[in-house]
Design a protein around this ligand. Structure first.
Ligand code: ADP
Ligand code: MG
Length: 379
């Protein structure tokens, strides 16, 4: 705005609407308001003719463009670029149509100006949008990379630690059993040994649970459509739900096949159900479990009507030991993310405070998954 093209008739052409439209589209009314005020204050400061037209014009853009913001932010990256460029182009079309009334005759100067104004706005907007979208894509990729680094680390660490601990546990177990058969020890001492063996068993169980974070085990691998696991985990969780006044609504409609570790998948689902139910502990509610297929993927949606989370809390999900519960471990979501990661799937979280939370898990199916589906349906 400080170095515009000045027209003889007193009007000014510059690129002010490019950042304006970008902020309006990405940020909506709240973010663009400050820009609207600054733009018009500065325009008044510059003075000259066209001040009121500019005020009128920017007000129209200020009112109309942020209306699209919600819809715009849901578009894919490429559509956003196209959409913003078109809006910038139509804004200028509108501007020049308005301006044409102020020219006595539409002479060469007007048409040249209109041509340069339109092409500059279109091209510049496209270039800036490309850069912005590239930055957004980089940020997302970085996030994903850090996330998968973390999960790999946890998985490797827990696998090695669990294995290392298992061996001494087995050895101790063996010696205690030998000792238990000795005839020189008293009844009292035998009891101590029994207790020790019991506790050892418990320790072993904890260690194997931790191994769930690690690599899938071949004897648990299945090739199936998740139905058995979904049914099983739903039935397991129902008593827990009833205890907290929570109803469970379950829907299954999937014929796609996938290879997965049965135990890990069950554990992952139960962790999600438990979190949902625990979020509804105060007032009860309904836990919705939906499984269906879309775009060659299996979609698992788990929705609760519980306390919900804000964006800050959502971003903390899956960090080790992050828990807001007094008796929480903060390992549940870590296990969930790790399992879905190993299945090459993605998790989306939508949540609103006091409204509830939806976890959407998308598990892509390999080509053979679809082929075997065709075979099985033909049979
Ligand atoms: P824990 O359940 O032991 O606290 P998790 O890893 O399972 O650990 O969950 C971590 C935290 O994420 C929880 O303490 C809770 O604050 C939040 N959380 C997870 N799922 C939900 C949900 N469905 N609704 C609200 N908050 C949730
Ligand atoms: Mg939990």
């Amino acid at each position: 705005m400080a170095f515009p093209i000045k027209l003889e008739i007193g009007y000014i052409i510059d690129l002010r609407y490019i950042p304006f439209i970008i902020v309006a589209l990405y940020g909506g009314y709240k973010r663009v308001l400050a820009l609207y005020v600054i733009l018009n204050m500065y325009r008044f400061f510059i003075g000259g003719e066209g001040v009121y037209l500019s005020l009128f014009f920017s007000t129209i853009i200020f009112v109309l463009v942020p209306l699209l913001s919600h819809w715009f932010n849901r578009l894919g990256s490429r559509n956003r670029i196209i959409c913003a460029s078109l809006i910038s182009l139509s804004t200028m079309l509108f501007y020049f149509s308005a301006l044409s009334f102020y020219f006595q005759e539409l002479n060469r100067e007007f048409w040249t100006l209109a041509f340069y104004g339109l092409t500059t706005h279109l091209l510049l907007m496209a270039i800036i949008m490309l850069l912005i979208e590239q930055i957004i894509a980089n940020m997302k990729a970085r996030e994903k990379y850090l996330n998968s680094e973390r999960l790999n680390l946890v998985s490797e660490l827990s696998a090695s630690v669990s294995h290392e601990i298992r061996n001494p546990l087995t050895v101790t177990n063996g010696f205690l059993q030998l000792l238990n058969q000795s005839e020189t020890i008293t009844q009292e001492e035998k009891k101590y040994i029994e207790y020790s063996l019991q506790e050892l068993k418990r320790a072993e169980k904890i260690v194997s649970d931790f191994l769930a974070f690690a690599k899938p085990q071949s004897e648990n691998m299945l090739y199936s459509n998740l139905e058995a696991e979904m049914e099983y985990t739903k039935n397991v969780i129902i008593p827990y739900a009833n205890m907290h006044d929570v109803e469970v609504e379950y829907n299954f409609k999937n014929s796609l096949y996938k290879r997965y570790d049965k135990n890990q998948l069950q554990q992952c689902l139960i962790n999600l159900y438990k979190n949902g139910i625990e979020a509804m502990k105060e007032n009860g509610g309904t836990l919705y479990i939906d499984v269906y297929e879309a775009n060659k993927s299996i979609i698992i949606k788990i929705r609760d009507t519980g306390v919900g989370m804000d964006n800050e809390e959502i971003s903390r999900l899956g960090r080790p030991y992050y828990s807001t519960k007094t008796e929480g471990t903060g390992l549940g979501m870590l296990m969930v993310y790790s399992t879905v990661h190993k299945l090459k799937g993605t998790i989306e979280v939508e949540s609103e405070k006091r409204k509830g939370t939806t976890f959407s898990i998308t598990l892509p199916v390999s080509k053979s998954g679809q082929i075997s589906l065709n075979h099985s349906s033909r049979r």
